[in-house]
Write a protein that binds this ligand. Sequence first.
Ligand SMILES: [Zn+2]
Length: 397
Amino acid sequence: MTDLVIRNARLMTCDPSLFGLGVIDPGAIAITGGVVVWVGSDGEHPRDAKREVDAGGRLVTPGLVDCHTHAIFAGDRAHEFAMRAEGRSYLEIAAAGGGIAATLGPTRAASDAQLIAMMSERLATARAGGTTTIEVKSGYDLTVAGELRLLRCIAQADRTLRMRVVPTLLAHLVPPERAGDREAFVRDLCEQLIPQAARDKLAASVDVYCDEGAFTLEESRAILGAAHRAGLRVRGHVGQFKDLGAAELIADLGGLSADHVEQISDQGIAALARAGTVAILLPGACVQLRLPVPPIAKLRDAGVPMAIASDLNPGSSHCETLAIQMWLATTHYAMTVDEAWLGVTRHAAKALGLSGPGTLVPGGPGDVIVWRCEEPAQVPYRYGASQVEAVFVAGEP
Ligand SMILES: [Zn+2]
């Protein structure tokens, strides 16, 4: 007996064995036990479903995958946003108590229950916008014990929310109190934080912020090397402000993703293409910080898979909604509509090392969005209001 059939749909499967977005129109999908059991043409679907949903010809897609967020934090930085809008410099904002210090203090002071409640609210907003799988990074405590606490809180959300939550350990920055003692701080990350997070299965991968003002290439090599030794996949915030050569480092380690890449060399692009590493593009943060557009045409020509994410964070992109990022990708970044869709589905899942989410194929999870529109282009085109009609996670509404 089939649990659920969604039929009479413009069905976007994102099946890699089909052309483009793998659209079947009119299509149908069957889900049993939370798993997709059948995909095909409308009319040929199983007839024994306990529940049948007639999509009325509307667009039906995989649940969206947000592959880069900093969704666990406390504190508000709207004041900093206003200062930036007035044209104040980064240094002026930092002198007024802005920057990461404005997030570190409140995050360290918040209880587990408070952090989980704030994060869960953000995740619920993301789900209302069609996101069913979401990556969440630690990174706003910057002590060994505090980062482990954030990862445990992320795992709690995983148990209570009906979403797929993928935890990442982020080596974000050197905290202000360790500025005089960077070497020892990096050693703490490599010898304590990373091995313990791996032992306790608190993170699927380790992300390093390798850029001017964050970790150097040598420090990043040590951090990602420790992750590799601990059996964790690697990824990085790369070239947001300056290209330090970290894309090549991540590719050499068989890394999952190189993120931001506003600045990346031709050699860096070639290395990502060779390794099959995903470039995660974060147009919301790029626009807010008024950074140059990444070299999309070069990434496309080299065959680098491109994902798009919200970068949900309190400093540069306080946004839970992927449709807005798809709009920025198709307008400001001049990506195609098909690229934007693959960027929030199959390619985003690949960036998390997942093969099931982000597609609708037999054996994959029954995470499905029914949209109010019929055309894929409508979602980024009409980005201002949610066009999500219904969200199914593992076949459950
Ligand atoms: Zn980020």
